[in-house]
Structure formats: C-alpha cells, structure tokens
Ligand binder design. Structure first.
Ligand code: WTA
Length: 679
C-alpha cells in the first residue's frame, strides 16, 4: 500500500466524527471457523482467473496485494479494457485530496458504452432486459440492445424538445419498469444529470430532493402495481412539485391505467412525447469528470446528501467489478433484485450489466406475490444464472420455509450474491443450501452509495466464511483503522477506510462542499490526509477476513434501505401534536432493523394509544412507506448532551436492555431511566 501520509494540504477544517465517542475499537467475541472453498471448475474458468493467469499471478493474495499497491496502473488497464473512449485520457489520476479526477482529459459517455456500442455491433439482437410485470396475466417483455438504443434515443430527443440540456437535472420517480433505466440512459446520453428518487418515498421525500437538485423535469408514471393492485404515483409528484419553480415539465409514463389529472402546459404523456421523435440521437461527448447523476442518500442530519458521480468512473468500475465478482459471461442471465431507486440498482441493474453487454432481469413487484413461488418461477422460466439480492429477502424466504425452493427447479443458478446489510451466518448457510443447492458460492459485497461499486468482496476463487465479505477487491486499499489511524490487529475492530481513491468514488455533495469534507475526510485528516472514512465499523479475523458490524453514524438500515434517523424524526416533529422525537433501529430477524420512535408530545396533548398509529401514518405520508415506524412510544424527555444533541446511542442501549455506559455528560441523566425496555 503506498504511504499517502502528508499528501495534500490541510484546510484546517475540524469537526468529523469524534472517534472516542464512536468507540471505534471493539473486540470480536465470536470467530467464524467454517471455510467454503470455491468449486474448482468455477474458479478455474472465472474471468478473474483468466486475468491472473495472463499476468502470471500465483495466488489470489498476491494479486489482491499487487493491484492495491499499483492501483493507478491497474485502473488504467481496466479503463482501457472495459470502456470505449471518444478521446483518450492524458492522465489516469489527479489526486488533490479530497478531490480526485480520474481519466483526465478523456471524452466518454456512459450511455454510449452501455447501449450504442452493443446496438451497433454483434450484440444488437441480444436481450438487454427481460422485464417481468407484477400482474401474472401480463406477458414478460424482452428488450434487445437494438430496441433499447431506439427507445433511449427517442426519449433523449424528447427531453431535448422540452429544453433539457447538458448539466440540467432531471428527477426520476418511477417503479421497476424498463422506462426507468431508459430515462436514466436518455439523460446520460444528452449530458443531463439524473436524480432518481426511490418510489417508496412520498411527496415530502421527493419534494426535498427536487428542490435541492433544482430539477427541470420530473419523469414519473401514472401509477404502479403492488400486490396485484394498481396504485397511483403521479399525485405525489403533483404535491411534490407544487412549490418547485425549477420544474417546467412532468413526463408521465402510462403504466397502471390510472386516471390522473394532467396539467396543460406542464404535464406531458411519455408515449406522446416519444411518438414524434427520431430514434437516432448522438451521444454527447462528455468529459470523464462531467457529472452523470446525483443520488440522495441518508446521513447524520435530516437533510439528504446529494452524492455526485461522473461518467468516466461509471464506465469502468461497475462493469469491471461485476465481471470479476459475479463472473458474468455472455451466456449469463443476471438478476440484481434491487430497486433502481438505490445505488445497487444504478450500478448493477443499469450501468454495470449494460456496459458489459449482459442480459438482466427486471421484476416489477413483491417477492411473495401472488405467493412465495414467484421468484423461483422467474428464475426457472428465464434461466437466471446469477442472483444478487439482500439479506432481508433471504431471511424472508427463510421464514417462509424450505418448501418453496424445494418445489422448484432452480438448478440454472451458478452463483449467488448479497448486499446492503450484514448477512448473518445462519441466513448465509440457508441461502447457500436452498438457493445454491448446498454448493454455490455467495458473493457478499460490501459497498455504499458513495463508492459506486463493490469495495470489499469475495471473488469466485475466494475461500468463503459465512457472514464475511472477505477482503478488499483488486485495485482498492481498504483497511480497518483504530482511532490513531493504525490498522487494527487481527481479532479486533475499527473504522473501515479507503487509503486511496478509485474511479467510481463520489466526487462531491451537490452544492455542499463543507459537508463533503466533514463527513468523509476530516476524521483522519491531521494524521493522514486523503483517508476516506466509510462510516462503518468492521473487524478483521486472524486470516484478514472482514466482518461488517454496522454504521458509526445515525443511519438506519431497514430491509437494506438506508434511512436517516434525523429524517424520520423531523417527519414526526412536523406533526402538530409532536414537540420532539428520537428514532432508533431495533434489531429485527427479517428486516435487520425496524424503526422505533420515542415521541415527546406538546404540552396539553394527551398521550393516547390511538395517537400512536396516527403518528406512524404521518411519517408514511410525509416521508414514505419506506420510513414507517413500527412502534411509537411516548416519553416525557429523551437523553441529551448539554448542547442539546439527542443521544440516540444511549436511548438505544437502554431500550434494548444493554449497558448505557457513562452518562455523566448528559444534561438530563434522569431521562435515561424513563426510556422503556422494548425487547
Ligand atoms: C451497509 C448499499 C454489511 C453498510 C450498497 C454501508 C453492508 C451501507 C453491506 C451503504 C454488506 C452495504 N455487509 N453491510 N455486504 N453492503 N452495507 O449507500 O452499512 O444504501 O455503509 O449502499 O450499507 O448503504 P447504501
């Protein structure tokens, strides 16, 4: 690992996480001893093994170490292997911590790499997407690369006709249908910056994201199907764009056949917009560092962070990591079950697989509609060979019972994956036994919205330990550090960091430079500038295997969805009867965590049982179903520091019956006693 100490200048900015308070160092109580070797034929024929042989590496460890040390040369080779450039770059990396520029001077467009080059070549008739609608009476659709190119071009021209130009923001608020990736690609093609907002957010969640991005256009649908019923979506957009002067047009896909009001001069039907457009559209020649998208994600405060990603990096690492970790071959059918509204959908439903020219599944609905056989039928009927899903889904199937996997032939699967939250060893083993016939390897990939691609993950050649994402991937210098920036010894834990930049790393927060520096770069700045703090705690075992322990900040992971405690709290406080609120995550055997709220009512408001569901529903209305609090408790006070900061960690410890630690610094230590036990 190159020593990056002293790189860059100190900007004199303080205020990162206080590590002592975060208890960065923890010790491991349990160590996994089971090791599962990769099947020999899979390992031998894997994409990564081919590369290793070509380069003469003798072992995986040697290869991982060399590519970390030589990360610039490595990414240079990958950028040339995986992407087509309109104009070559002059410099691989310009690193002025905390600002990285990759492939400096290169001209590229990710839509060209994802679609046009395949549509113009041998893959034109290859299926890019297999779309399975939720209603069982609607047929599966197959979209070839040639079809996809035409549809993207028509919408790109349609957006141009609405006045959308390079650098303009377009919000996309849609369910899992083919028009969603098409909308993203159409934006990328003309150099517009997309901001996809998960359709599980309601009008309030959408409004704050449209306001911040100052989007010119919002693309949505009349509605979507959920558990067989058409539900409206467009009314949320009407509400969310009532006070957003930047929004000139709302483009509406007719998906659910719901009658929605269309405002003349503002609302445009998608099918009418594209009908009159040419199916030819030149890709804008983008600078490698030009912004591709903003994706809002949750951080410590209630205000979502607009993470910015760029064209150049996005043409390289999603495709390369997908090819190496999931070993995608031309004959594979890849199914990443994530919604496109989250980063996993961006990188591994849209840009990664399309840049590889792969065939991907898109399924619109719930895993258990009409019953738990649905996924197994989809896998069987479409010959899905690689499945990538979240531990929550695995645990849901586990709870539903072995009968579903046992009664379906899913022998077409050859590799499995997991993402979004820690997978407990029990679920890992169940997944391997029931989806993987007791033999398929599970690629547990650790990464984030900020990283754009997997950072810590097995390869199909790696001996696996249940519940461990194993090691940093080739080309990364990820480590676990203690408070003094020393790598932690085996058997103990600390903060996950990256000691070097990588092509698809976040470049900035949309219009918030201070927060960008503070959240990721300030913690170790004085010791080693340019150290990226991921915000997760992890441990390393004696063999160097990572185990992820969860977030160091106040961010919840509910069914793998990233939600900020503060955002839920501010939704609660927006109710007229609520004075204050504190939100914590309670461990849940299926969803990982569920949201529990402690609410202080305004003086004179009676704490009645029937007010609890009203407040939970209020959060659903303001923020969306994704943030629904499972339980609401009324309390008179919550523990706070003298500066008024709510101590969620103390609340959580008391509520779960764990030791609360030293509470002498609290302004109101007596409030701790009144927090009820919620176990
Ligand atoms: C968590 C999702 C354990 C982690 C791709 C991270 C994981 C956050 C894993 C990012 C994993 C993601 N094991 N935890 N394999 N993958 N996480 O931005 O806490 O929605 O910081 O990106 O999810 O969530 P995000």
């Amino acid at each position: 690992m190159p020593d990056l100490r002293g790189v860059g200048k100190t900007w004199g900015f303080k205020g990162g996480y206080k590590l002592a308070e975060q208890k960065a160092t923890t010790s491991v109580l349990y160590e996994e001893t089971r090791v599962f070797e990769a099947p020999r034929d899979l390992a031998e024929n894997s994409n990564v093994m081919q590369w290793m042989k070509k380069k003469g590496f003798k072992s995986e460890r040697e290869m991982r170490a060399w590519t970390g040390q030589n990360f610039i040369a490595f990414w240079d080779e990958m950028a040339k292997t995986y992407a087509d450039w309109f104009e070559p770059y002059a410099q691989v990396l310009n690193w002025q911590p905390p600002y990285a520029k990759w492939f400096v001077g290169g001209k590229i467009n990710v839509a060209y790499n994802a679609v046009d080059r395949h549509a113009a070549g041998a893959k034109k008739d290859k299926v890019a997407y297999i779309f399975v609608p939720e209603p069982v009476d609607q047929p599966t659709q197959k979209i070839t690369y040639a079809d996809l190119a035409k549809r993207v071009n028509k919408l790109a021209n349609g957006l141009k006709s609405l006045g959308v130009a390079k650098g303009d923001r377009v919000s996309i608020y849609m369910p899992m249908i083919p028009e969603t990736p098409i909308a993203m690609l159409a934006c990328a093609k003309i150099g517009a910056i997309h901001s996809v907002v998960f359709s599980g957010f309601s009008a309030g969640g959408l409004n704050s994201r449209v306001l911040d991005a100052e989007s010119k256009v919002v693309i949505t649908t009349d509605g979507f199907f959920r558990r067989g019923k058409p539900l409206p979506l467009k009314p949320n957009v009407d509400e969310a764009t009532a006070n957003t002067p930047s929004v000139k047009n709302v483009v509406v896909v007719k998906r659910a056949g719901i009658d929605v009001p269309m405002k003349a001069g503002k609302d445009v039907w998608y099918h009418e917009l594209v009908a009159k457009q040419s199916d030819v559209c030149e890709s804008e020649k983008m600078d490698a560092e030009d912004r591709l998208f903003i994706l809002y994600t949750s951080g410590t405060t209630g205000k979502p962070k607009g993470i910015e990603h760029v064209h150049g990096g996005y043409c390289v690492t999603p495709a390369q990591t997908l090819s190496w970790v999931f070993d995608i071959k031309d004959s594979d059918v890849w199914w990443c079950t994530a919604d496109v509204g989250w980063i996993t959908g961006h990188s591994y439903v849209v840009y990664g697989p399309l840049c590889l020219g792969a065939t991907s599944m898109i399924y619109e609905g719930s895993p258990d509609y009409p019953d738990f056989s649905r996924w197994f039928k989809i896998i069987n009927e479409n010959k899905v060979s690689v499945l990538y899903t979240a531990p929550t889904a695995v645990r849901m199937f586990m709870k539903a019972g072995d009968k579903w996997p046992k009664t379906h032939d899913i022998s077409c699967l050859r590799l499995l994956g997991s993402v979004g939250e820690p997978i407990n060893p029990e679920a890992w083993i169940w997944y391997r036994n029931n989806f993987g016939a007791g033999k398929l390897p599970i690629m547990d990939t650790w990464w984030q919205t900020e990283t754009g691609c997997f950072l810590v993950s097995p390869l199909p050649i790696t001996p696996l330990k249940p519940g461990s994402p194993t090691f940093p991937l080739p080309g990364f210098n990820v480590d676990i550090l203690d408070e003094d920036a020393n790598p932690v010894p085996p058997g103990s834990g600390g903060n996950i960091v990256s000691n070097s930049p990588w092509p698809s790393m976040l470049r900035a927060f949309f219009r918030d430079e201070v927060r960008y520096k503070k959240e990721y770069w300030s913690t170790y700045w004085d010791i080693r500038p340019g150290t990226y703090l991921a915000g997760d705690k992890a441990t390393k075992d004696k063999d160097g295997y990572f185990t992820i322990q969860g977030r160091i900040d106040d961010v919840l992971k509910v069914a793998g969805h990233r939600i900020s405690n503060a955002e839920v709290e501010s939704a609660l406080v927006s109710h007229p009867k609520v004075a204050e609120a504190a939100v914590i995550g309670k461990p849940d055997e299926v969803k990982g965590e569920v949201i529990v709220a402690f609410v202080i009512l305004k003086t004179g408001i009676e704490a009645t049982e029937d007010l609890k569901p009203i407040l939970a529903k209020h959060v659903r209305t303001v923020l969306g179903p994704v943030a629904y609090p499972e339980v609401v408790y009324f309390v008179n006070d919550v523990p706070k520091t003298r500066s008024g900061k709510i101590m969620r960690r103390v609340i959580k410890a008391k509520a779960l019956g764990n030791p609360v630690g030293d509470i002498s610094a609290l302004a109101n230590p007596e409030s701790v006693e009144a927090i009820p036990l919620i176990k």
